[in-house]
Structure formats: C-alpha cells, structure tokens
Design a protein around this ligand. Structure first.
Ligand code: HEM
Length: 407
C-alpha cells in the first residue's frame, strides 16, 4: 500500500465525495499531494482521533517540519502553516495562546449572546423580506455571509468600513486555486488590513476582543506574553475562522433541506430539532474538508504496518472521516434523526474549535428564522447546477440562488 503514488488532491474541490471515497479506500492513512506538498491524509476516524490527541503530533511547522522553509516561499497555502497563533502552536505555547481568548468563547458566554444573534438574524430576514418578491436571491450573499461576519465583527471590533475588505481577503485564504503569487499578494493585503484594524482599535479602544488583546500586548508588565506577530495572527485566526466556516454550514444545511423535503418535514413536525439538523450537516458536509497541516514529532507506526516518519506532514481529512462506513452506517445519507451524532467537523483534541458553541448557535438560529419566515423557500436552479467553492479546504457553494416565496 505504501507503494501507491501520492493521491493528488483537487485544488478546485470539483468532486469532493469521490475524492474522499478514494482516500478511504486507500486505507486509514495514505500519501497525498496537497498543491505540490506531500502529506499523509488520515481518513480513518479512530486513527485520526488518536493522532489528534497524541503529543507525537504537532502543528508547529517551524519546530517540527523540515519542509517549512521551502513551503513559506513557494506554497500557495503558506499562510496556513506560517501563522503564529494557537492554530499552529504546540504544547505549553498552545495553552498560553488559547487561554488568552478562550474565556470569551465559553458555552456560558455564548449562550448569553443568544438575544444579540437573534436580533441580527431578524434584521437580515427583514432585509430579505423587503427584496423584490419574485426575483431569485443569493442566500450566501444575503444571509449566510452577513450573519457570521456581523457576529464576529461585533465580537472583534471590526469597523463597518473594513468588513467587506476582510471578506474578500479571507475568501482568498480559503481559495486553493490561487497561484503562489496571488496567495502571497492576498496575504500582504490581509496583513495590511489587520494592521489597519489594530491601529483603529489602539486609537479608539472598545469593549471588543481586539482591544483586549492590544491592551494585553501593550501592558508594560504583561506585554511579553504576546509578541506582535502573535497579536496579529491571533486576530487573523479569530476573524477568518469566524468568517468563512459558519457561512458554509448555513449554505449546506439550506441546500440539504431544500432538496430533502422529508428532513424538513421532520423538523416541522418536531421529530427532530434545528440543533439535530446543524449536527447532521456538520457530519454530512463539514465546513472544513481537509485541515492543513500537522507534523510527526517522532516516527509514528500505523496499525497497517506503515510508518509516518518524523518530520512528515499530516492532513486531517475531516470530511472523509465523517462519512467513514465503520463509524456511521449509511454515512452518505443525511439523516437528522441519526442516533450516533459524533463527527469531526470541529476537529478533536487540544485544537478543538474554540468557536463551536458560537457557530452552532448562529446556524441553528439562522435556519429556524429562515424556514419559519419563508416556508415556501425553494432553490432557483436545479441542485446539480450549484457549483462548489474552489477549495480543497472549505466546503460550500459559489452561489446559492433561491426563491423565498411560492411562484
Ligand atoms: C461551523 C463553523 C466552524 C467550523 C466547522 C470550524 C471548524 C474548525 C476546525 C476543524 C478547527 C480545528 C483545526 C485543527 O484541526 O486543528 C477549528 C479551530 C478553531 N476555530 Fe473553528 N470552526 C467554525 C467556526 C468558528 C468560529 C465562529 C470561530 C471563532 C469565533 C472559530 C474559531 C476557531 C479557533 C480559534 C480555532 C483554533 C483552535 C486551536 O488551534 O486551539 N471557529 N475550527
């Protein structure tokens, strides 16, 4: 099995399910080519969980990946491995960086945000209701994007006039069809905008996380706990994670409900809850398909006799794992009534998504609001014409045209 040439992942994500099936068929872990970088794609959920909780696996490319220096110069996904935040930190450094922001995202703090998120959903639905009655509406533009962007911008103190620029540049981070030069230009522009945000909040601090982190950074006694690059990259992480992923879960859930009337009926009748729909969407069409990258700190023997050698890169193939037949019977079928609801959409272990409670709240409220307000909503194009986002990481559609009312 180790003799197989690396499986080349499709940067445009054209047929994700065929790709994920092929990866599973090649075994629990298999060599892949990620835009020219070789890595082990892990699609077996048990093995993946084991690796994600092992101290022998790191996300710190500087410390544990010999390929780092080359990747920084030439790889279109360089930003994913070069940032200096909890996302790429290992051990004590990871705990330190995560602790700075984690309290703000506890389940209790997020539950307290419910009325504010509800109000934002209502505002967006009012806007939808005021659009011309019989014209198609791109739901990604009008709901799926503005809600998470509104919520995270509020939390992070991103001024209104910077939100759209962020959106375009964060989109660029997830677009894996960019050339190395385009990706590099995108990164430069993103950091310029990040510096603008820091300057704005340093000049006019508010009750937001950017201001709090700047204060921690600028504190004469305490400043050493956050380097300038860590401040910038922590903000970048929070904003980009908050922008892109939740959008795709809303998108995927809407598409599923519009193509599976039986599932919609189950929600309407109370047989399942909106929260069940959210969890099954996260399992069935996780917003992050593959997560770059992790590295073996030491040689890691695999159950099938192969070895991930020290310094080799590992790709967490969450979407492939979520549909593993050993984990979920009939895994390709969306079933909100499924009793085993586990999935890896938010990762696992110390890097488990910090925004999970917030994302779950936003998606559930958006779906409930949308389907309550527009019970006749339907797709404006055949489902087969919806085009996937050009990414091997994120998992949504380029556009989501719907009619909100019966025609
Ligand atoms: C449904 C939406 C979301 C999905 C599917 C998602 C998915 C993920 C995944 C898969 C990881 C783990 C990466 C890894 O394997 O190391 C992660 C990490 C993270 N997510 Fe999310 N995310 C979502 C929403 C959010 C939101 C709204 C925020 C912030 C407000 C957020 C903040 C973070 C942060 C800070 C990390 C890094 C945690 C660490 O490295 O310790 N995410 N997310």
């Amino acid at each position: 099995m180790s003799q197989l040439p690396p499986y080349v992942l499709d940067p445009a994500g054209t047929d994700r399910h065929a790709e994920h099936r092929a990866l599973r068929e090649r075994g629990p872990a298999t060599r892949v080519d990620v835009l020219g970088v070789e890595a082990w794609s892990v699609s077996d959920p048990l093995l993946l969980k084991q690796l994600l909780t092992s101290p022998d696996v790191s996300k710190d490319a500087r410390a544990h990946w010999p390929g780092f220096a080359k990747a920084v110069d030439t790889w279109p996904l360089a930003l994913w491995v070069a940032v200096e935040s909890m996302f790429t930190a290992y051990g004590a450094q990871h705990r330190k960086l995560r602790r700075l922001v984690a309290p703000a995202f506890s389940s209790r703090r997020i539950a307290a945000m419910r009325p504010a998120v509800e109000a934002m959903v209502t505002g967006l639905l009012d806007h939808l209701a005021a659009l011309p009655a019989h014209e198609p509406v791109d739901l990604r533009q009008e709901l799926a994007y503005p809600l998470p962007i509104g919520v995270i911008s509020h939390l992070m103190g991103v001024p209104d006039d910077q939100r759209n620029d962020f959106r375009e540049l964060v989109d660029g981070v997830f677009d894996t069809t960019l050339t190395p030069e385009q990706a590099q230009d995108n990164t430069v522009a993103l950091y310029a905008l990040m510096d603008q945000l820091i300057a704005t909040r340093r000049g006019a601090p508010g009750d937001d996380m950017t201001s709090l982190l700047i204060a921690a950074r600028d504190d004469e006694n305490d400043g050493a706990q956050l380097k300038p690059a860590e401040l910038r990259d922590t903000l970048l992480l929070m904003i980009s994670a908050g922008y892109e992923t939740t959008v795709n879960v809303i998108d995927q859930a809407v598409v599923t409900l519009l193509t599976r009337p039986d599932q919609r009926e189950m929600v309407r009748s109370g047989a399942v809850t909106w929260e069940d729909v959210v969890e099954e969407t996260l399992r069935h069409e996780p917003a992050v398909k593959h997560l770059p990258l992790r590295y073996a700190v030491t040689d890691i023997p695999l159950p099938d006799g192969q070895t991930i050698a020290r310094g080799e890169a590992i790709l967490a193939s969450y979407a492939a794992a979520n549909r593993h037949p050993d984990w979920h019977g009939d895994a390709d079928t969306f079933d909100a009534a499924r009793t085993v609801k586990d999935h890896l959409a938010f990762g696992h272990g110390v890097h488990f998504c910090l925004g999970a409670p917030l994302a779950r709240l936003e998606v559930a409220l958006a779906l409930r609001g949308l389907f309550d307000r527009f019970p006749d909503i339907h797709l404006a194009v055949p489902a087969g014409e919806l085009r996937p986002t050009a990414s091997l990481i994120s998992n949504g559609h380029q556009r989501l045209p719907v009619y909100l009312r019966a025609r």
